[in-house]
Ligand binder design. Structure first.
Ligand code: ZN
Length: 368
């Protein structure tokens, strides 16, 4: 494979760290020092006149702080540099409109983390089928669960390597997120036919060629339990309502909660579309979205939208006297999606191979 047929790909890989109690304390201290460093930088920034807020001046200020404030020395110099870089990046993100202005980091609302910006400092070795060892600066060699082929040792080279890592503490303790860079074969442009896709919230993904795909669970187990519980409660409250009486405040609240929970499945829908776009691109295709309006009411056989055509959720029956086609409703919608794309109705104009219908999102009632 020639060099120009390869593309760089960057991804993260997380693994839990098996730190000793002393190692946990040392890493905690580093994270507190990193947060303090950030806060010192922010205070410095606010004090400085605009023209003196340069990277070189900030660097000098944090070097001075590391000499003056004893406990900041626990933070490795590379990690301190990473804080500086991240702080300036935060301002850049703000100026480019991607994020709000940086702020002080509070003791309890900040995720504890330490950056290891240089991959070579990690000195990763696989010691067992299931365990790897990494060097955590100023903490020592630490074991981590080996779950995936990381490019280390003889598998590492200039193009396939670990470029750095970040230590992050969550409810279960410290883990390490490796930054992995690989060079992979570029996919050949896809030569297959255009396919229309209908993605509903509660039905399988329907394709215009008649195929159907089950997608993963929209809601997590917990979300599902909550939704079920709310629906049961609404049914219960309805029982106590006398006929003709308007729904009470509590029932209204429960309905609102149900709608809010259903909107979560709308988010899951977005995740599926994102994944679809990513997978399509990796196989040389393109995903294009078209507007959803009318795709479930139009007959894909005759092209007419006749009033009363859609009979039920599952079956589409055309009421046009000259047509009378009937079939699976989602298949019909997927064919309409493809038709819209061929008519140039793409929301993002691009030469595409796959088309997806934008489903209606449920707006949370309780918002605002
Ligand atoms: Zn028809």
């Amino acid at each position: 494979m020639s060099q120009d047929a390869l593309v760089k790909r960057q991804f993260g890989h997380r693994a839990r760290l098996a730190l000793s109690p002393a190692g946990v304390l040392k890493t905690d201290d580093q994270a507190h020092a990193a947060r303090t460093m950030w806060n010192l930088l922010h205070a410095w920034w606010q004090m400085m006149p605009k023209e003196k807020r340069t990277l070189a001046n900030a660097d000098a200020a944090i070097r001075q702080a590391r000499e003056d404030i004893g406990f900041l020395a626990v933070l490795p110099a590379q990690a301190a540099q990473a804080v500086l870089k991240m702080y300036f990046q935060a301002w850049k993100n703000c100026w480019d409109g991607r994020a709000g202005a940086p702020n002080f980091k509070g003791r309890f609302r900040t995720v504890m983390s330490v950056d290891i910006p240089q991959g070579r400092d990690l000195n990763i070795v696989r010691v067992h089928r299931r365990w790897g060892m990494a060097n955590i600066p100023k903490v020592g060699r630490v074991r981590f669960r080996w779950t995936k082929g990381l490019p280390v040792g003889k598998h590492a080279n200039a193009d396939n390597r670990i470029t750095g890592a970040r230590l992050i503490k969550d409810a279960l303790g410290w883990h390490i997120a490796f930054r992995v860079q690989t060079l992979q074969g570029k996919p050949e442009p896809h030569q297959g036919p255009d396919i229309g896709i209908d993605v509903g919230v509660s039905v399988p993904i329907a394709l215009s060629n008649g195929e159907r795909y089950e997608h993963g669970e929209w809601l997590t187990g917990k979300e599902k339990d909550k939704l079920l519980h709310l629906e049961q409660r609404a049914a219960q409250r309805k029982q106590y309502r006398k006929p003709g009486e308007p729904a009470g405040r509590r029932l209204h609240h429960t309905y609102g909660q149900i709608r809010l929970n259903r909107s979560i499945s709308g988010e899951a829908w977005g995740r599926t579309v994102t994944m679809l776009a990513y997978k399509t691109a990796r196989h040389g295709g393109t995903l294009v979205e078209v507007p959803a309006a009318g795709t479930s009411r139009r007959c894909s056989a005759c092209g007419h939208t006749t009033p009363g055509s859609r009979e039920s959720q599952a079956v589409f029956v055309c009421k046009n006297p000259d047509c009378g086609w009937s079939g699976n409703a989602d298949y019909n919608a997927a064919r309409n999606v493809l038709h819209l794309y061929r008519m140039g109705r793409a929301l993002i104009p691009a030469a595409g191979r796959a088309v997806v219908r934008r489903a209606k999102r449920v707006k949370p009632a309780a918002a605002r």
